[in-house]
Ligand binder design. Structure first.
Ligand SMILES: Nc1ncnc2c1ncn2[C@@H]1O[C@H](COP(=O)(O)OP(=O)(O)OP(=O)(O)O)[C@@H](O)[C@H]1O
Length: 790
C-alpha cells in the first residue's frame, strides 16, 4: 500500500536496514533490538519505529510485535524516528512488556546518552550547534547499523538484559493467554499440545493438566490441529459443536522459516450468541405476524408511549380519524386530546372503556384504552377504536335478526299448533292413547313431568308436545341431555357461570335454567346425572332460584321441568345411585311410553308415516310396502323402537329403485322373518288380496298392505286383531285406489269388474273427485287421516 510507504504521521525519513542474521529476527535477536532501541530512545529522547514490507510501522521497543513480523535473513526493515516535540506530546510509546525508553534497565547507556546529547537535546535542532546531526537522525543511523550487524553479544550485562527481556516477554505472553476470553490451543509439529489456556478449559470442559503434553488428536475430541499442521492450510471461521457448546474456531499453522512448526487454534463459545440469534429470529417472526394482524384488523389501533406521543397507528385508525399515518405518529395526546381515553389511561394506569368521542368529519367513535404496564409502571397505552356507525349497524343487524327469529319462532309455533301439539306422535294403540291423554293433562299445569320409556320410544316428542300444548308454548323450550355433557360442565351448563369462575370461563354464560325462564326445561337422560349434581338440581327445584357458578346473585326462575329417562329409576334409587328425594320431586306426573314391540298395531301407521316422510324428503314416489315386507316388520322385536323403525324406512327408501318396497328391499335380518311369498306386482296391487290394516291406508300415495296369508303366527294374530273398517269405508278405499291407479272411470270399472256407471255413481256418493293432476281425493280422507293421529 502506497500510503504506508509514505506515512501520514510526522516521522523522519525512513532508512533501510537489511537483516543479515542467519535466523532473521528470532526471539533473541528481537530482544537485542528492543534493548538497543530502548537505550537509543532514552539517549536521544526520540521514539523509534520499524516497518517491515508494507505493514504499518511498529514501535521498535515492542518485543512480541517485533517477533511477529517474522523478518527473514535478507529482508529489509525501515527505520524511522519521531521528533522530540511529537514524542513529548504523545509520550514515547512503551514496549509491549511495559518497558519505556526511560533507561531503567540501561543506566550506563542512559548516562552515555546524556553525555552525547547534552541536557535538553532536541530533534528540532533549535538549540543544536550548526553542523550537528539531529538526535532522531543519529538514533536512526545507529539503529540501522545495529540491525545490519551480526548481533553477537560480548557484553555480559547486555546478555543479562536480553535474558530479562525474554523472561518478561514469556511472562507477558502467559498472562495474555490466561486472561484471553477466547480459547487458545497451541500444538507443536508432533501435534502435542503446548498451550491450553483457561478459556479453552472452560469452553471445552477439559482440564489443562489432562491435555498438555498429549497429542491433541487423542486428548481433544474433534481436534483438527493435526490436519492444519499437516496440510499447512488454515481453517478459518469453522463452526463446531462440542458437548453442548457451539464453537467458532480459527486454526492456523505455525510456519517458521518455511517449516510447519505446529498449529494454533483460537476459538470462542458462540452458544449464547446462537441462542440469542434464534430468539431474535423468533421475535422478528412474531413481530411480522403481529404487524400483519394489526395492519389488517378493521378496528383502529393506536399506541402511545410513556410521554404520551403516538408511536403507532394502524391503517384502520388512520381511516377512522381521517388522517395520514405519518402525520398522526409523533402527536402528543396530552395536547391533541387532553380529556381523551388515552390520556386518562396514561395518567391513571387504569383501562378506560367505551369512551365516546367526536372525530373530524362528524365521525363518532368509541374507544377502549388500556395502559401498558411494565414492572408496575405505565409505559404507554394501546387504544382500540371503533366507529359508532359500525357498532350501530351491528346493533341494527342484531335487532333485525332477533325480530326475524321471533317471527320464525311464532310461525313454527303456529304450524306446530295447527297440526295439534301431539300430532307428530303417531300411534293409536291403547297404551299410546293413555300416555298421550296423561301428557295433555300434564301440559295444562306447572307440575314436573317424568317421561319413562326405552330409548327411541318418543319421549322427546312427547316432551315437545307437552310444551307446545301448554300455556308456556310462547316461552322457550330448552333441552339438556344430561348424559352428553361431562359432569364437570353440567353445573355451568344448567346454572351458567360468571366470567373468570374457572379456567376457561372467559365470559359470563347464561345457564339453561335462566334461558328456559317462563318456558320449559327438558332434562333428557336424567338417570345419568351424578349425585352431586342431583343435589344441586334438587335445591333449584325446591327453591326455584339459581345462582351462576362463581357468582353471588340468585335469580328466581319460573321453569316447567320435564325429565326423561330410559333407566329403571326405582332400581337406581334402591342402589343408592339416584336420590330418592329428587326422584319424588320429578315423578309428580309419570308418563310411560310403551316399547314398540308392545304396540305392534301401531307399526303400519308408523311405516306409512315414515314412508311418506322419506319419499317426500328424497323426492321419490313411493307407493307402498309389500305385504310380505310388512309382515317381516310386524314380527321384529324393535329393540331400538320407533327410532330404529324410522331409520330403517329411510334407508330402505334411499336404496329402493321401484315405487313398491318389497321384502327383498329389507336388510337380511328382516328378510328372514314374516311372509314367505316373494311379493309380485299382483300380490301388492290386487286389492282383494290385501287387508288394509288401518283406515288411513289410502290417505297418501303410500299404501300399506299386509296379506292375510302371513305365516308368522304373531303377525297373523296382529292382522286378525287389527281394527276393521265398515264396508262402506272399504268400498270407498277400493274405488279411490282403482281411480288413482287407472286414472278414469272406464279403466277403473274394467279393473274392478264393474260398469263405468257404477264406479262413477260410487265416486259421486263418496265425493271422490280429481283434485288436480291425476290425483283422486275422497272427501273423508282428511277426517280419516286425523283419526290416525288420534
Ligand atoms: N310415536 C312416534 N311417532 C312418530 N315419530 C316417533 C314416534 N316415536 C318416536 N319417533 C321418532 O323416533 C325418533 C326418536 O324419538 P325420541 O328422540 O323422542 O325418543 P326418546 O325416547 O327420547 O329416545 P332416547 O331415550 O334415546 O332419547 C325421533 O326421530 C322421533 O321423531
Amino acid at each position: 500500500m502506497t500510503s504506508l510507504t509514505k506515512p501520514h504521521y510526522s516521522l523522519t525519513n525512513e532508512t533501510k536496514a537489511i537483516i543479515r542474521h542467519e535466523k532473521g529476527l528470532h526471539a533473541r535477536v528481537a530482544a537485542m533490538i528492543v534493548q538497543k532501541s530502548s537505550e537509543l530512545q532514552s539517549r536521544h529522547q526520540v521514539a523509534l519505529y520499524l516497518r517491515h514490507r508494507d505493514r504499518p510501522p511498529i514501535p521498535a521497543t515492542t518485543l512480541l510485535q517485533l517477533i511477529a513480523l517474522a523478518v527473514q535473513p535478507g529482508d529489509a526493515l525501515w527505520v524511522s524516528a519521531r521528533a522530540p516535540e511529537v514524542a513529548k506530546e504523545e509520550r514515547i510509546p512503551p514496549s509491549v512488556d511495559g518497558r519505556c525508553g526511560d533507561g531503567s534497565r540501561g543506566e550506563g547507556t542512559t548516562k552515555n546518552a546524556a553525555v552525547t546529547n547534552g541536557a535538553g537535546a532536541s530533534g528540532s535542532g533549535r538549540d543544536r550547534p550548526a553542523g550537528d546531526a539531529a538526535p532522531a537522525d543519529l538514533a536512526v543511523k545507529e539503529l540501522v547499523r545495529f540491525l545490519e550487524s551480526d548481533f553477537a553479544v560480548s557484553d555480559d550485562q547486555i546478555q543479562h538484559q536480553i535474558d530479562n527481556l525474554l523472561q518478561d516477554s514469556a511472562l507477558t505472553a502467559g498472562q495474555v493467554f490466561s486472561s484471553m476470553a477466547d480459547g487458545l490451543i497451541v500444538t507443536d509439529a508432533q501435534d502435542v499440545v503446548t498451550v491450553f489456556n483457561p478459556a479453552a478449559e472452560r469452553i471445552m470442559g477439559l482440564r489443562a493438566g489432562d491435555v498438555l503434553g498429549r497429542k491433541a488428536v487423542d486428548a481433544i475430541p474433534g481436534s483438527r490441529m493435526h490436519i492444519v499442521s499437516g496440510t499447512g492450510q488454515p481453517e478459518l471461521g469453522r463452526r463446531q459443536v462440542i458437548g453442548g457448546a457451539v464453537i467458532l474456531t480459527n486454526r492456523t499453522p505455525i510456519v517458521d522459516d518455511g517449516q510447519i512448526k505446529g498449529a494454533v487454534a483460537v476459538f470462542e463459545d458462540i452458544s449464547a450468541l446462537e441462542k440469542v440469534t434464534h430468539e431474535l429470529q423468533d421475535v422478528k417472526e412474531l413481530k411480522e405476524r403481529l404487524q400483519l394482524i394489526l395492519e389488517s384488523v378493521q378496528d383502529g389501533i393506536c399506541v402511545v408511549d410513556r410521554e404520551g406521543r403516538v408511536s403507532y397507528v394502524n391503517p384502520a385508525y388512520a381511516r377512522i380519524v381521517n388522517g395520514r399515518r405519518d402525520d398522526l405518529i409523533g402527536q402528543d395526546v396530552r395536547v391533541i386530546s387532553p380529556k381523551g381515553a388515552r390520556r386518562q389511561a396514561l395518567d391513571t394506569g387504569r383501562p378506560v372503556l367505551g369512551h365516546v368521542a367526536q372525530k373530524t368529519g362528524e365521525m363518532t367513535v368509541v374507544a377502549d384504552a388500556y395502559p401498558i404496564i411494565v414492572d408496575g409502571a405505565v409505559t404507554g397505552v394501546v387504544s382500540i377504536v371503533k366507529t359508532l356507525t359500525d357498532a350501530q349497524s351491528l346493533a341494527e343487524k342484531l335487532n333485525r335478526m332477533a325480530a326475524r327469529a321471533e317471527y320464525l319462532e311464532a310461525e313454527l309455533r303456529r304450524t306446530k299448533k295447527s297440526a295439534g301439539a301431539f300430532a307428530r306422535f303417531i300411534g293409536q294403540s291403547g297404551k299410546v292413547r293413555d300416555a298421550l291423554a296423561m301428557a295433555e293433562k300434564a301440559a295444562e299445569g306447572p307440575s314436573t313431568v317424568l317421561i319413562r320409556g326405552e330409548s327411541g320410544t318418543g319421549k322427546e316428542l312427547v316432551a315437545e308436545g307437552i310444551h307446545e300444548s301448554g300455556p308456556r308454548a310462547k316461552g322457550p323450550y330448552i333441552r339438556v341431555n344430561c348424559a352428553a355433557i361431562p359432569e364437570t360442565l353440567l353445573e355451568s351448563e344448567l346454572f351458567g357461570h360468571e366470567k373468570g369462575a374457572f379456567t376457561g370461563a372467559i365470559k359470563r354464560k347464561l345457564g339453561k335454567f335462566e334461558l328456559a325462564h317462563r318456558g320449559t326445561l327438558f332434562l333428557d337422560e336424567i338417570g345419568e346425572m351424578d349425585k352431586g349434581m342431583q343435589a344441586k338440581l334438587l335445591r333449584v327445584l325446591q327453591q326455584k332460584e339459581v345462582s351462576r357458578v362463581g357468582g353471588e346473585e340468585t335469580f328466581k326462575v319460573d321453569v316447567k321441568i320435564i325429565a326423561a329417562t330410559n333407566q329403571d329409576l326405582e332400581k337406581l334409587v334402591a342402589e343408592g345411585r339416584f336420590r330418592e328425594d329428587l326422584y319424588y320431586r320429578l315423578n309428580v306426573i309419570p308418563i310411560l311410553l310403551p316399547p314398540l314391540r308392545e304396540r305392534r298395531e301401531d307399526i303400519p301407521l308408523l311405516v306409512e308415516h315414515f314412508l311418506e316422510a322419506a319419499g317426500r324428503e328424497q323426492g321419490k314416489a313411493i307407493l307402498g310396502l309389500g305385504s310380505d315386507a310388512l309382515a317381516a316388520l310386524m314380527t321384529y322385536a324393535w329393540p331400538g323402537n320407533v327410532r330404529e323403525l324410522a331409520n330403517l324406512i329411510e334407508r330402505v327408501v334411499t336404496l329402493s329403485d321401484g315405487p313398491w318396497i318389497t321384502r327383498a328391499d329389507l336388510p337380511t335380518y328382516l328378510q328372514e322373518r314374516g311372509g314367505e311369498e316373494e311379493p309380485t306386482a299382483t300380490s301388492v296391487s290386487t286389492v282383494e288380496s290385501a287387508l288394509p290394516l288401518h283406515s288411513g291406508a289410502l290417505t297418501g300415495e303410500a299404501v300399506t298392505v299386509a296379506k292375510g296369508k302371513v305365516t308368522d303366527g304373531e303377525a297373523e294374530g296382529e292382522a286378525i286383531h287389527a281394527p276393521l273398517l265398515t264396508w262402506e269405508e272399504y268400498e270407498q278405499q277400493i274405488i279411490t285406489l282403482a281411480l288413482r291407479r287407472h286414472g278414469s272411470y272406464n279403466a277403473a270399472a274394467k279393473a274392478l269388474g264393474l260398469t263405468h256407471k257404477t264406479v262413477a255413481a260410487k265416486a259421486r256418493k263418496f265425493g271422490i273427485e280429481k283434485s288436480g293432476g291425476d290425483r283422486w281425493i275422497g272427501e273423508k280422507e282428511e277426517g280419516m287421516g286425523k283419526s290416525i293421529n288420534g
